[in-house]
Ligand binder design. Structure first.
Ligand SMILES: [Zn+2]
Ligand SMILES: [Zn+2]
Length: 459
Protein backbone atom coordinates (compact mmCIF):
# COMPACT_ATOMS: atom_id res chain seq x y z
CA UNK A 1 0.00 0.00 0.00
CA UNK A 2 1.14 3.51 -0.71
CA UNK A 3 -0.48 6.95 -0.65
CA UNK A 4 -1.62 6.77 -4.27
CA UNK A 5 -3.30 3.44 -3.77
CA UNK A 6 -4.94 4.73 -0.58
CA UNK A 7 -6.34 7.73 -2.45
CA UNK A 8 -7.57 5.46 -5.18
CA UNK A 9 -9.38 3.32 -2.64
CA UNK A 10 -10.76 6.28 -0.76
CA UNK A 11 -14.25 6.41 -2.31
CA UNK A 12 -14.68 2.79 -1.37
CA UNK A 13 -13.20 3.21 2.08
CA UNK A 14 -15.28 6.24 2.78
CA UNK A 15 -18.59 4.71 1.84
CA UNK A 16 -18.40 1.43 3.67
CA UNK A 17 -18.43 2.10 7.33
CA UNK A 18 -20.94 -0.72 7.37
CA UNK A 19 -18.55 -3.47 6.34
CA UNK A 20 -15.44 -4.95 7.88
CA UNK A 21 -12.61 -3.81 5.59
CA UNK A 22 -10.90 -7.17 5.50
CA UNK A 23 -12.65 -7.92 2.23
CA UNK A 24 -11.07 -4.83 0.70
CA UNK A 25 -7.51 -4.73 2.01
CA UNK A 26 -5.10 -7.20 3.60
CA UNK A 27 -4.50 -6.87 7.34
CA UNK A 28 -1.02 -5.58 6.52
CA UNK A 29 -2.52 -2.81 4.37
CA UNK A 30 -5.06 -1.95 7.03
CA UNK A 31 -2.26 -1.52 9.53
CA UNK A 32 -0.44 0.79 7.16
CA UNK A 33 -3.57 2.90 6.62
CA UNK A 34 -4.05 3.12 10.36
CA UNK A 35 -0.44 4.13 10.97
CA UNK A 36 -0.75 6.87 8.38
CA UNK A 37 -3.78 8.22 10.22
CA UNK A 38 -6.03 7.63 7.23
CA UNK A 39 -8.46 5.26 8.86
CA UNK A 40 -9.72 4.69 12.37
CA UNK A 41 -10.78 1.36 13.82
CA UNK A 42 -13.63 0.71 16.23
CA UNK A 43 -14.99 -2.62 17.30
CA UNK A 44 -18.24 -3.42 15.57
CA UNK A 45 -19.92 -4.62 18.72
CA UNK A 46 -19.11 -3.08 22.05
CA UNK A 47 -19.37 -5.02 25.29
CA UNK A 48 -21.22 -3.08 27.95
CA UNK A 49 -21.93 -3.65 31.63
CA UNK A 50 -25.44 -4.84 30.89
CA UNK A 51 -25.15 -6.22 27.36
CA UNK A 52 -23.91 -5.01 23.97
CA UNK A 53 -24.10 -2.09 21.62
CA UNK A 54 -23.77 -2.32 17.84
CA UNK A 55 -21.62 0.54 16.57
CA UNK A 56 -22.95 0.15 13.08
CA UNK A 57 -26.69 0.56 13.70
CA UNK A 58 -26.71 1.83 17.27
CA UNK A 59 -28.94 -0.90 18.68
CA UNK A 60 -28.42 -1.95 22.29
CA UNK A 61 -31.58 -3.94 23.00
CA UNK A 62 -30.65 -7.35 24.36
CA UNK A 63 -32.84 -9.44 22.08
CA UNK A 64 -31.07 -8.03 19.01
CA UNK A 65 -27.88 -9.90 19.90
CA UNK A 66 -27.33 -13.61 19.42
CA UNK A 67 -24.51 -16.12 19.19
CA UNK A 68 -23.21 -17.56 15.95
CA UNK A 69 -20.40 -20.02 15.23
CA UNK A 70 -17.73 -17.66 13.85
CA UNK A 71 -15.28 -18.61 11.12
CA UNK A 72 -12.95 -15.77 11.96
CA UNK A 73 -12.36 -16.36 15.64
CA UNK A 74 -13.33 -20.04 15.63
CA UNK A 75 -15.62 -19.52 18.60
CA UNK A 76 -19.26 -18.76 19.22
CA UNK A 77 -19.37 -15.05 18.55
CA UNK A 78 -21.99 -12.39 19.29
CA UNK A 79 -23.57 -10.74 16.26
CA UNK A 80 -26.15 -7.99 15.66
CA UNK A 81 -29.48 -9.13 14.27
CA UNK A 82 -30.83 -5.63 13.80
CA UNK A 83 -28.62 -4.66 10.86
CA UNK A 84 -28.07 -8.12 9.41
CA UNK A 85 -29.40 -6.92 6.03
CA UNK A 86 -26.12 -5.04 5.55
CA UNK A 87 -24.11 -8.23 6.17
CA UNK A 88 -23.32 -9.87 9.49
CA UNK A 89 -21.13 -8.01 11.99
CA UNK A 90 -19.66 -9.99 14.86
CA UNK A 91 -18.02 -9.00 18.13
CA UNK A 92 -14.59 -9.94 16.75
CA UNK A 93 -14.86 -7.68 13.70
CA UNK A 94 -13.95 -4.02 13.37
CA UNK A 95 -15.50 -1.11 11.55
CA UNK A 96 -13.18 1.33 9.86
CA UNK A 97 -13.77 4.93 9.19
CA UNK A 98 -11.91 7.10 6.71
CA UNK A 99 -10.37 10.06 8.55
CA UNK A 100 -7.93 11.13 5.85
CA UNK A 101 -8.37 14.04 3.44
CA UNK A 102 -11.93 14.63 2.26
CA UNK A 103 -12.90 15.04 -1.35
CA UNK A 104 -11.92 18.47 -2.42
CA UNK A 105 -13.71 18.87 -5.65
CA UNK A 106 -14.02 22.62 -5.68
CA UNK A 107 -17.34 22.27 -7.35
CA UNK A 108 -18.12 24.48 -10.22
CA UNK A 109 -21.82 24.33 -9.52
CA UNK A 110 -24.12 26.01 -11.86
CA UNK A 111 -27.80 25.95 -11.17
CA UNK A 112 -29.33 25.82 -14.62
CA UNK A 113 -32.89 25.99 -13.37
CA UNK A 114 -34.96 28.80 -14.82
CA UNK A 115 -38.27 28.30 -13.02
CA UNK A 116 -39.98 30.73 -10.68
CA UNK A 117 -40.60 30.13 -7.00
CA UNK A 118 -43.92 30.93 -5.34
CA UNK A 119 -43.79 33.41 -2.45
CA UNK A 120 -43.88 30.59 0.09
CA UNK A 121 -41.14 28.71 -1.73
CA UNK A 122 -39.02 31.86 -1.93
CA UNK A 123 -39.27 32.39 1.80
CA UNK A 124 -38.39 28.76 2.53
CA UNK A 125 -35.51 28.86 0.06
CA UNK A 126 -34.02 31.94 1.78
CA UNK A 127 -34.47 30.37 5.19
CA UNK A 128 -32.70 27.24 3.99
CA UNK A 129 -29.65 29.21 2.87
CA UNK A 130 -29.64 31.02 6.22
CA UNK A 131 -29.72 27.70 8.08
CA UNK A 132 -26.75 26.44 6.12
CA UNK A 133 -24.88 29.69 6.84
CA UNK A 134 -25.71 29.58 10.56
CA UNK A 135 -25.30 25.84 11.08
CA UNK A 136 -28.82 25.28 12.38
CA UNK A 137 -31.24 22.45 11.68
CA UNK A 138 -34.45 23.37 9.89
CA UNK A 139 -37.90 21.93 9.32
CA UNK A 140 -39.52 22.86 6.02
CA UNK A 141 -43.20 22.27 6.72
CA UNK A 142 -44.78 22.39 3.29
CA UNK A 143 -48.31 21.34 2.35
CA UNK A 144 -48.73 18.53 -0.19
CA UNK A 145 -48.27 20.12 -3.60
CA UNK A 146 -46.21 23.10 -2.37
CA UNK A 147 -43.25 22.12 -4.55
CA UNK A 148 -40.67 21.32 -1.91
CA UNK A 149 -38.01 20.01 -4.31
CA UNK A 150 -37.63 23.43 -5.96
CA UNK A 151 -37.14 24.96 -2.51
CA UNK A 152 -33.89 22.97 -2.21
CA UNK A 153 -32.16 24.13 -5.38
CA UNK A 154 -30.60 27.40 -4.20
CA UNK A 155 -29.64 25.95 -0.81
CA UNK A 156 -27.88 23.01 -2.43
CA UNK A 157 -26.10 25.36 -4.82
CA UNK A 158 -24.98 27.52 -1.90
CA UNK A 159 -23.66 24.54 0.09
CA UNK A 160 -21.86 22.93 -2.86
CA UNK A 161 -20.20 26.17 -3.90
CA UNK A 162 -18.69 26.32 -0.41
CA UNK A 163 -17.26 22.84 -0.74
CA UNK A 164 -19.83 21.15 1.47
CA UNK A 165 -21.01 17.60 0.93
CA UNK A 166 -24.76 17.31 0.60
CA UNK A 167 -27.00 14.26 0.83
CA UNK A 168 -30.70 14.07 0.04
CA UNK A 169 -32.11 11.07 1.89
CA UNK A 170 -35.62 9.75 1.50
CA UNK A 171 -37.29 6.64 2.88
CA UNK A 172 -38.48 5.27 -0.45
CA UNK A 173 -36.60 4.04 -3.52
CA UNK A 174 -39.44 5.34 -5.75
CA UNK A 175 -38.69 8.86 -4.60
CA UNK A 176 -34.93 8.48 -5.17
CA UNK A 177 -35.62 7.37 -8.74
CA UNK A 178 -38.00 10.28 -9.29
CA UNK A 179 -35.61 12.85 -7.82
CA UNK A 180 -32.50 11.77 -9.71
CA UNK A 181 -33.42 13.07 -13.19
CA UNK A 182 -34.83 16.29 -11.78
CA UNK A 183 -31.69 17.05 -9.78
CA UNK A 184 -29.40 16.05 -12.65
CA UNK A 185 -31.26 18.40 -14.92
CA UNK A 186 -30.88 21.45 -12.72
CA UNK A 187 -27.24 20.80 -11.83
CA UNK A 188 -25.87 19.88 -15.23
CA UNK A 189 -22.39 18.39 -15.22
CA UNK A 190 -22.25 17.89 -11.45
CA UNK A 191 -20.94 14.60 -10.06
CA UNK A 192 -23.95 13.06 -8.31
CA UNK A 193 -24.02 9.67 -6.59
CA UNK A 194 -27.29 7.76 -6.40
CA UNK A 195 -27.65 5.00 -3.84
CA UNK A 196 -30.46 2.61 -2.96
CA UNK A 197 -30.86 -1.11 -2.28
CA UNK A 198 -29.73 -2.75 -5.54
CA UNK A 199 -28.46 0.42 -7.23
CA UNK A 200 -25.65 0.02 -9.79
CA UNK A 201 -23.40 2.55 -8.00
CA UNK A 202 -22.23 0.86 -4.83
CA UNK A 203 -19.22 2.54 -3.30
CA UNK A 204 -19.14 6.15 -4.20
CA UNK A 205 -18.66 9.57 -2.83
CA UNK A 206 -19.67 12.71 -4.64
CA UNK A 207 -20.37 16.30 -3.62
CA UNK A 208 -24.08 15.56 -3.95
CA UNK A 209 -25.68 12.26 -3.08
CA UNK A 210 -29.27 11.08 -3.40
CA UNK A 211 -29.98 7.99 -1.31
CA UNK A 212 -32.54 6.04 0.64
CA UNK A 213 -32.27 6.64 4.38
CA UNK A 214 -31.21 2.99 4.80
CA UNK A 215 -28.04 3.62 2.81
CA UNK A 216 -26.83 6.24 5.28
CA UNK A 217 -25.69 3.40 7.51
CA UNK A 218 -22.66 3.07 5.21
CA UNK A 219 -21.31 6.49 6.14
CA UNK A 220 -19.61 8.09 9.04
CA UNK A 221 -18.79 11.81 9.29
CA UNK A 222 -19.46 12.18 5.61
CA UNK A 223 -21.95 15.02 5.06
CA UNK A 224 -22.23 18.67 5.98
CA UNK A 225 -25.88 18.88 5.01
CA UNK A 226 -28.36 16.01 5.13
CA UNK A 227 -31.78 16.76 3.72
CA UNK A 228 -34.31 14.24 5.02
CA UNK A 229 -37.37 14.08 2.83
CA UNK A 230 -40.73 12.91 4.21
CA UNK A 231 -39.22 12.71 7.64
CA UNK A 232 -42.49 11.40 9.10
CA UNK A 233 -42.81 8.56 6.63
CA UNK A 234 -42.29 4.90 7.27
CA UNK A 235 -39.75 3.56 8.06
CA UNK A 236 -37.59 6.45 9.24
CA UNK A 237 -40.01 7.64 11.89
CA UNK A 238 -40.33 4.28 13.57
CA UNK A 239 -36.84 2.98 13.13
CA UNK A 240 -34.46 4.36 15.71
CA UNK A 241 -31.47 2.78 14.05
CA UNK A 242 -32.11 4.91 10.98
CA UNK A 243 -32.07 8.02 13.12
CA UNK A 244 -28.80 6.78 14.54
CA UNK A 245 -27.53 6.34 10.98
CA UNK A 246 -28.37 9.94 10.10
CA UNK A 247 -26.61 11.15 13.21
CA UNK A 248 -23.56 9.05 12.39
CA UNK A 249 -23.40 10.06 8.73
CA UNK A 250 -23.43 13.76 9.49
CA UNK A 251 -20.24 15.71 10.23
CA UNK A 252 -19.65 17.36 13.56
CA UNK A 253 -20.90 20.76 12.50
CA UNK A 254 -23.27 19.40 9.92
CA UNK A 255 -26.94 20.26 9.72
CA UNK A 256 -30.19 18.42 9.07
CA UNK A 257 -32.95 19.81 6.92
CA UNK A 258 -36.28 18.03 7.42
CA UNK A 259 -38.99 18.15 4.77
CA UNK A 260 -42.52 17.20 5.65
CA UNK A 261 -46.17 17.95 5.04
CA UNK A 262 -47.10 16.16 8.23
CA UNK A 263 -44.38 16.48 10.86
CA UNK A 264 -44.58 14.22 13.91
CA UNK A 265 -45.88 15.39 17.28
CA UNK A 266 -42.34 15.38 18.65
CA UNK A 267 -41.09 17.59 15.85
CA UNK A 268 -43.98 20.03 16.18
CA UNK A 269 -43.36 20.32 19.90
CA UNK A 270 -39.64 20.94 19.27
CA UNK A 271 -40.66 23.79 16.98
CA UNK A 272 -43.14 25.12 19.53
CA UNK A 273 -40.51 25.11 22.29
CA UNK A 274 -38.02 26.89 20.05
CA UNK A 275 -35.68 23.91 19.81
CA UNK A 276 -36.08 23.53 16.08
CA UNK A 277 -36.29 26.24 13.46
CA UNK A 278 -39.15 25.88 11.02
CA UNK A 279 -40.53 27.53 7.95
CA UNK A 280 -44.04 26.86 6.68
CA UNK A 281 -45.30 26.82 3.13
CA UNK A 282 -49.05 26.81 3.75
CA UNK A 283 -50.07 27.38 0.15
CA UNK A 284 -49.74 25.10 -2.83
CA UNK A 285 -47.63 26.08 -5.78
CA UNK A 286 -50.76 27.13 -7.70
CA UNK A 287 -51.80 29.38 -4.78
CA UNK A 288 -55.16 27.70 -4.20
CA UNK A 289 -56.21 26.37 -0.77
CA UNK A 290 -56.13 22.65 0.05
CA UNK A 291 -59.40 20.75 -0.51
CA UNK A 292 -61.03 20.19 2.89
CA UNK A 293 -62.34 16.65 3.49
CA UNK A 294 -66.00 15.99 4.21
CA UNK A 295 -67.24 13.05 6.28
CA UNK A 296 -69.98 10.59 5.32
CA UNK A 297 -71.32 7.94 7.70
CA UNK A 298 -71.95 4.65 5.87
CA UNK A 299 -72.93 2.24 8.65
CA UNK A 300 -71.64 -1.33 8.82
CA UNK A 301 -69.93 -1.32 5.45
CA UNK A 302 -67.85 -4.41 6.23
CA UNK A 303 -70.99 -6.54 6.59
CA UNK A 304 -72.21 -5.28 3.24
CA UNK A 305 -68.85 -6.08 1.71
CA UNK A 306 -69.24 -9.70 2.84
CA UNK A 307 -72.50 -9.78 0.88
CA UNK A 308 -70.62 -8.43 -2.14
CA UNK A 309 -72.17 -4.99 -1.84
CA UNK A 310 -70.93 -1.47 -1.30
CA UNK A 311 -72.88 1.22 0.60
CA UNK A 312 -75.13 3.00 -1.98
CA UNK A 313 -73.72 6.45 -1.07
CA UNK A 314 -70.23 5.28 -2.05
CA UNK A 315 -71.41 3.94 -5.41
CA UNK A 316 -73.48 7.08 -6.10
CA UNK A 317 -70.51 9.31 -5.29
CA UNK A 318 -68.29 7.41 -7.71
CA UNK A 319 -70.95 7.38 -10.45
CA UNK A 320 -71.54 11.11 -10.10
CA UNK A 321 -67.87 11.87 -10.73
CA UNK A 322 -67.50 9.40 -13.58
CA UNK A 323 -70.46 11.02 -15.28
CA UNK A 324 -68.58 14.32 -15.12
CA UNK A 325 -65.47 12.66 -16.54
CA UNK A 326 -63.53 12.82 -13.31
CA UNK A 327 -61.35 10.00 -12.04
CA UNK A 328 -61.55 8.50 -8.56
CA UNK A 329 -58.75 7.38 -6.28
CA UNK A 330 -60.39 5.22 -3.60
CA UNK A 331 -58.30 4.35 -0.54
CA UNK A 332 -59.16 1.26 1.52
CA UNK A 333 -57.63 -0.16 4.73
CA UNK A 334 -56.31 -3.53 3.48
CA UNK A 335 -55.41 -5.67 0.49
CA UNK A 336 -58.37 -8.03 0.96
CA UNK A 337 -60.81 -5.09 1.10
CA UNK A 338 -59.11 -3.64 -1.99
CA UNK A 339 -59.72 -6.89 -3.86
CA UNK A 340 -63.36 -7.20 -2.76
CA UNK A 341 -64.14 -3.56 -3.54
CA UNK A 342 -62.51 -3.78 -6.97
CA UNK A 343 -64.58 -6.88 -7.80
CA UNK A 344 -67.85 -5.28 -6.71
CA UNK A 345 -67.19 -2.16 -8.80
CA UNK A 346 -66.22 -4.33 -11.75
CA UNK A 347 -69.54 -6.15 -11.49
CA UNK A 348 -71.23 -2.76 -11.61
CA UNK A 349 -69.53 -2.41 -15.03
CA UNK A 350 -67.10 0.23 -13.93
CA UNK A 351 -63.70 0.67 -15.53
CA UNK A 352 -61.72 -0.11 -12.38
CA UNK A 353 -58.34 -1.46 -11.26
CA UNK A 354 -56.84 -2.21 -7.83
CA UNK A 355 -53.27 -1.78 -6.51
CA UNK A 356 -51.32 -2.62 -3.37
CA UNK A 357 -47.71 -2.80 -2.19
CA UNK A 358 -47.19 -6.42 -3.24
CA UNK A 359 -48.48 -5.79 -6.77
CA UNK A 360 -45.58 -5.97 -9.19
CA UNK A 361 -47.61 -4.22 -11.91
CA UNK A 362 -48.25 -1.30 -9.58
CA UNK A 363 -46.25 1.28 -11.53
CA UNK A 364 -47.82 0.25 -14.82
CA UNK A 365 -51.33 0.47 -13.37
CA UNK A 366 -50.74 3.93 -11.90
CA UNK A 367 -49.34 5.06 -15.24
CA UNK A 368 -52.41 3.75 -17.06
CA UNK A 369 -54.69 5.45 -14.55
CA UNK A 370 -52.84 8.71 -15.11
CA UNK A 371 -53.36 8.31 -18.86
CA UNK A 372 -57.11 7.82 -18.37
CA UNK A 373 -56.94 4.03 -18.77
CA UNK A 374 -59.31 3.54 -15.80
CA UNK A 375 -61.99 5.64 -14.14
CA UNK A 376 -61.42 4.25 -10.67
CA UNK A 377 -58.25 3.10 -8.94
CA UNK A 378 -58.78 1.28 -5.63
CA UNK A 379 -55.65 1.37 -3.50
CA UNK A 380 -54.18 0.59 -0.10
CA UNK A 381 -52.18 3.34 1.64
CA UNK A 382 -49.30 2.60 -0.74
CA UNK A 383 -50.36 5.55 -2.92
CA UNK A 384 -50.79 7.94 0.00
CA UNK A 385 -47.65 9.86 -0.95
CA UNK A 386 -45.85 11.05 -4.01
CA UNK A 387 -48.56 10.40 -6.59
CA UNK A 388 -49.78 13.26 -8.72
CA UNK A 389 -52.77 12.70 -10.97
CA UNK A 390 -54.61 15.51 -12.72
CA UNK A 391 -58.20 16.18 -11.72
CA UNK A 392 -58.54 13.22 -9.40
CA UNK A 393 -61.21 12.96 -6.68
CA UNK A 394 -60.26 11.18 -3.49
CA UNK A 395 -62.38 8.85 -1.37
CA UNK A 396 -61.48 6.83 1.71
CA UNK A 397 -63.58 3.75 2.43
CA UNK A 398 -63.51 2.88 6.13
CA UNK A 399 -61.70 6.05 7.19
CA UNK A 400 -62.20 4.99 10.83
CA UNK A 401 -59.60 2.23 10.42
CA UNK A 402 -56.52 2.70 12.64
CA UNK A 403 -54.26 2.51 9.59
CA UNK A 404 -55.57 5.94 8.60
CA UNK A 405 -53.64 8.14 11.01
CA UNK A 406 -53.84 11.91 10.94
CA UNK A 407 -50.76 12.19 8.76
CA UNK A 408 -51.95 9.42 6.40
CA UNK A 409 -55.30 11.19 5.94
CA UNK A 410 -53.62 14.56 5.35
CA UNK A 411 -51.36 12.97 2.74
CA UNK A 412 -54.32 11.20 1.12
CA UNK A 413 -56.37 14.41 0.96
CA UNK A 414 -53.28 16.03 -0.53
CA UNK A 415 -53.67 13.90 -3.67
CA UNK A 416 -56.64 16.03 -4.75
CA UNK A 417 -56.60 19.38 -6.52
CA UNK A 418 -52.88 19.44 -7.28
CA UNK A 419 -53.15 20.70 -10.83
CA UNK A 420 -53.63 24.47 -11.34
CA UNK A 421 -56.53 23.90 -13.72
CA UNK A 422 -58.23 21.47 -11.36
CA UNK A 423 -57.43 22.87 -7.95
CA UNK A 424 -60.87 22.12 -6.46
CA UNK A 425 -60.78 18.44 -5.55
CA UNK A 426 -63.51 16.51 -3.79
CA UNK A 427 -62.22 14.61 -0.73
CA UNK A 428 -64.67 12.32 1.04
CA UNK A 429 -64.03 10.14 4.10
CA UNK A 430 -66.64 7.34 4.24
CA UNK A 431 -66.76 5.96 7.78
CA UNK A 432 -68.50 3.89 10.45
CA UNK A 433 -67.76 6.20 13.37
CA UNK A 434 -65.69 9.39 13.50
CA UNK A 435 -62.15 9.04 14.85
CA UNK A 436 -59.76 11.50 16.44
CA UNK A 437 -57.41 11.08 13.49
CA UNK A 438 -60.15 12.07 11.04
CA UNK A 439 -61.04 15.18 13.01
CA UNK A 440 -57.39 16.13 13.45
CA UNK A 441 -56.64 15.65 9.77
CA UNK A 442 -59.47 18.01 8.87
CA UNK A 443 -58.33 20.51 11.50
CA UNK A 444 -54.76 20.31 10.18
CA UNK A 445 -55.92 21.16 6.64
CA UNK A 446 -58.28 23.94 7.74
CA UNK A 447 -55.51 25.52 9.83
CA UNK A 448 -53.02 25.42 6.94
CA UNK A 449 -55.60 27.19 4.77
CA UNK A 450 -56.11 29.80 7.48
CA UNK A 451 -52.38 30.42 7.75
CA UNK A 452 -52.22 30.82 3.99
CA UNK A 453 -55.13 33.24 3.96
CA UNK A 454 -53.59 35.32 6.74
CA UNK A 455 -50.30 35.57 4.91
CA UNK A 456 -52.08 36.42 1.72
CA UNK A 457 -54.06 39.28 3.26
CA UNK A 458 -50.94 40.63 4.98
CA UNK A 459 -49.32 41.30 1.66
ZN1 LIG B 1 -26.31 -3.56 14.22
ZN1 LIG C 1 -15.85 -14.03 15.78
Amino acid sequence: MNMNKAMELRPQLQSRHHLPFECLCSSYELEWLEEQGLIKRTSAIEKRANGYKCNRCGVSVRRQFALTPCEKCQKDCVYCRSCIMMGKVTACSSLYEWIGPQIEETCQVELTWQGELSNGQKRASKKLIESIKNNTDLLVWAVCGAGKTEVLFHGIEYALSRGMNVCIATPRTDVVLELEPRIRQVFKGLNIAVLYGGSPQRFQIAPLMIATTHQLIRYKNAFDVIIIDEVDAFPYSIDESLQFAVQKAIRKNGIKIYLSATPSKQMKSDVFRGQLEAVKIPLRFHQQPLPVPTFQWIGQWKKRLEKKQLPPTVVEWIEKHIKNRRRILLFVPSISIMKKTTNILRELHMNVEGVSADDKDRKQKVKQFREHGYDVLVTTTILERGVTIQNVQVGVLGAESTIFTESALVQIAGRAGRHPEYSQGDVLFFHFGLTRSMKQAKKHIVQMNHTALREFSEK
